[in-house]
Design a protein around this ligand. Structure first.
Ligand code: ARG
Length: 472
């Protein structure tokens, strides 16, 4: 290593090799190369438009940058290997440009600092990641809509405290996850607005004495507006922290879903069967079919959550403006984005692959007194106060538990022991199908409701897809 640094001048002593290794971000920030080139091109065009550098110099630099781009595109790995001792992606590209076009390259960094440069590159990169995540969330929402449509008439025991509570439609269950993901989509959409500001032209911290045109680079790069305060612009990583938070909440949602599917796949529940394509075996126990996919979805939420914590800790002690600590924003962000992409993709494919054990679900709703609330409501409709009705049914449940019966097994004489207002028609009122169909309150689980919500959700999903397509 120890080529002369592009920033050498103040000191003639070469840097210690240990510092070079410690300081280098090239091994991980190379992924920004495309956006670094895009930012540099916009900057040079602006420098020429404002006559800060001559048209012919700008042209030379632009051609050089295009040549660097072609080189990297041709063989990214090779380019990376050749430059792996560089300090960071910005220096690597500038050095190569200098090799290609000579001294004119030295004009590229006029009116610019690496501090506004790296903030610009990272924002451009993250907008693209954000849009990809939005696309993938839409894909998963569509998968959930298909499952919900297929399963809207399937009755499933609904749980609170993981104890059987009331009957729900399996479609309603999938739609609950759809709602969470719709909020995740909105969140990513919302935070993109705050990534979409242009810090280029903020200089090292205080702006510049050159007559630059920040609106010009803003429109060339497709940002919505220039950032307003140079000190803030070079040190602001709120957009990184927000991306971490949105990613964390998203993967926490996926983790909750994964947890439930793991439980459902156990022999004890047996509500779903894993497809062999998405299940693994054990090296010792021949009978095993393990739910590694949902377990890994659940497990990966830990590292994404950890990355959120790591950026907040990096930021919390920083004085204005740029500090090298900020270089530590990248690996965690890149890791989170990579993890989220992979996790979203496999969640969609995994959900499509699981088989519902309808018979087992039908059987399971028969036990656990899922219709007890409806039995109480039956009396309430006969003008009995809810607390009195609740007590009567509570005693009926106790009687059933002691005699190993379900409420459906009770004769009218047995019912009468708990309340005189019970009549023959109680049986039809507490059939599980009736319990389900009658929950028609807005947002409730009746299959009619669910089907209506699915059709509205399909329209919204299509609209969201169109809006993302326009921005890509
Ligand atoms: N590699 C650095 C980073 O990622 C670029 C900015 C360096 N700026 C500086 N003044 N040393 O943050």
């Amino acid at each position: 290593m120890n080529k002369q640094k592009l920033w050498a001048g103040r000191s003639t002593t070469p840097t210690n090799e240990l510092l070079d290794e410690f300081n280098s971000s090239f091994p991980f920030d190379f992924v920004l190369w495309k956006y670094d080139l895009r930012g540099s091109k916009a900057h040079v065009q602006m420098l020429s438009d404002t006559k800060i550098i001559s048209y012919s110099d700008a042209e030379k630099i632009l051609n050089g940058l295009n040549q660097v781009e072609k080189e990297i595109e041709k063989n990214e790995k090779l380019w990376f290997e050749k430059n792996k001792n560089e300090e960071d992606v910005h220096m690597a590209i500038e050095r190569r440009l200098t090799e290609l076009i000579g001294d004119t390259a030295k004009k590229l960094h006029t009116a610019r600092s690496r501090n506004d440069q790296v903030a610009t590159d990272l924002r451009l990169w993250l907008i693209n990641e954000n849009l990809q995540t939005c696309d993938q969330i839409i894909d998963l929402r569509k998968v959930l809509l298909n499952l919900a449509e297929r399963d809207s008439n399937q009755i499933l025991p609904g749980y609170t405290h993981l104890q059987k509570a009331q009957p729900i439609s399996l479609g309603h269950y999938w739609m609950a996850h759809y709602e969470r993901l719709s909020r995740d989509f909105e969140r990513f959409n919302e935070i993109r607005k705050r990534v979409n500001n242009n810090p280029l032209g903020s200089g090292a911290l205080a702006g510049t004495t050159y007559p630059i045109d920040r609106d010009k680079t803003t429109s060339t790069l497709g940002f919505s507006s220039p950032t307003k305060n140079s000190l803030d612009a070079v040190s602001d990583r709120d957009f990184v922290a927000e991306h971490h938070f949105a990613s964390t909440l998203l993967i926490v949602h996926l983790s909750q879903l994964a947890e439930e599917l793991i439980i459902w796949s156990t022999d004890e529940f047996n509500f779903i069967k894993l497809d062999d394509q998405f299940a693994t075996g054990s090296s010792m126990m021949p009978q095993k079919k393990n739910p590694d996919v949902p377990e890994l979805i659940r497990g990966k939420s830990g590292r994404v959550l950890g990355n959120l914590q790591s950026i907040l800790v990096v930021l919390k002690g920083l004085p204005l403006a740029y500090n090298k600590d900020l270089q530590e924003d990248k690996e965690a962000l890149f890791d989170t984005c990579k993890t989220i992409k992979l996790t979203l993709e496999i969640t969609s494919r995994f959900l499509e692959s699981i088989k519902i054990n309808n018979l087992r679900m039908d059987e399971s709703v028969e036990s656990g007194f899922l219709n007890a609330t409806d039995a109480a409501d039956y009396l309430v409709k006969k003008n009995i106060p809810f607390r009195e009705a609740y007590y009567a049914v509570g005693r009926a449940v106790q009687y059933c538990t002691e005699n190993d019966k379900s409420l459906a097994d009770l004769t009218i004489n047995e019912w009468k022991k708990f309340h005189e207002k019970f009549e023959e028609d109680v049986a039809s009122h507490i059939s599980l199908r009736t319990c389900l169909d009658n929950r028609k309150s807005y947002g409730g689980t009746s299959p009619d409701n669910v089907k209506l919500e699915i059709s509205k959700a399909r329209e919204i999903t299509e609209r969201d897809l169109e809006s993302i397509k326009k921005q890509r």
